[in-house]
Write a protein that binds this ligand. Structure first.
Ligand code: GLN
Length: 292
């Protein structure tokens, strides 16, 4: 074999994916094989099946280099979703980047609970506080034709992502994005809202150090923690929500697995009734709903 052909050694799709997997394994990434495949699918814009069907296809040098660049980002610890710029939530595809938290499966428990309530009680006027990627607001608007949602976030950067996902899913006509610290700059009528929903930053300062490194290094701190005891936003939102909820309106939160008692107490102190705690699929307390 000549020197020339050696230096332009051709590599197949399958070989490239194996190379990616081996590098990720060397960096102790435990989902090495899945991540290597997903990154290749992302790069080629194809699904797993076409990877298998075309595994013997020769890959261009340029694609190989780009793939190695993506693998390198993953070895550095960047979450897969920030590399592929997407995360599935409630069966929908959401655009994500480092401006927002990556949607979690736990949060589907909150959305499913609230969808049931909204259907049963035929609710319409909704506010989401801290919309981030928009996974909650957009899912609600997607699955419920009649709702009108105000999606609030303190971060304009995050709100831009909420809007992007609302447009992507064709629900931007029913989601109004408002930049505000909680309800501070919300100018709607008092006692006019049927339901307020929030997945606020609830990790306490102490618990931040026990989070996975990838979460701590890449996901926005502002969306994860209040820098205090993790309960700050439940206190503030529960107080502010009273002013805008209708009588019997609903307040629904995602909570940390160990926060149900503390948040129940906060809600009782603000005068909420019919307080219910709901568990996630792992059997942990995850959602709390109450009535004004
Ligand atoms: N509402 C978004 C979510 O549930 C963002 C939450 C947050 O940033 N704390 O993922």
């Amino acid at each position: 074999m000549s020197l020339l052909s050696n230096s332009t050694l051709e590599i197949t799709l399958h070989q490239l994916m194996t190379k990616g997997e081996q590098i990720l394994k060397a960096y102790n990434k435990h989902d090495a094989s899945i991540d290597a495949r997903l990154l290749l699918c992302h790069l080629l814009g194809c699904n797993h099946m076409s990877l298998v069907l075309n595994k013997n296809e020769i890959i261009s040098r340029q694609l190989e280099e780009t793939y190695m660049y993506l693998i390198a980002k993953r070895t550095q610890g960047m979450p897969l979703q920030y590399i592929t710029k997407s995360q599935e939530f409630m069966g929908l595809d959401f655009y994500v980047d480092e401006r927002v938290l990556i949607p979690r499966q736990d949060t589907e428990t909150l959305v499913e609970t609230v969808i049931d309530i909204i259907r049963k009680e035929k609710l319409k006027e909704i506010i989401e506080i801290g919309s981030g990627s928009g996974c909650i607001s957009v899912s609600l608007a997607h699955f419920l034709e009649d709702v009108k949602i105000t999606a609030i976030d303190i971060s304009q950067e995050a709100l831009d992502v909420t809007f992007k996902n609302a447009v992507f899913h064709g629900v931007n006509d029913r989601i109004n994005c408002v930049k505000s610290n909680l309800l501070d700059d919300y100018t709607g009528e008092p006692n006019s809202i049927d339901l307020i929903i929030s997945n606020p930053p609830y990790i306490s300062k102490d618990e931040m150090s026990s989070l996975m490194e990838e979460v701590n290094d890449y996901e926005p701190k502002l969306a994860l923690t209040d820098g205090l005891d993790g309960l700050t936003f439940y206190r503030k939102i529960s107080k502010q929500a009273k002013q805008f909820l209708k009588l019997n309106g609903i307040l629904a939160y995602e909570i940390g697995y160990n926060q149900s008692e503390a948040v129940t107490e906060i809600m009782i102190n603000e005068g909420f009734k019919d307080i219910k705690v709901i568990k996630d699929l792992a059997g942990k307390d995850r959602v709390i709903v109450a009535r004004n």
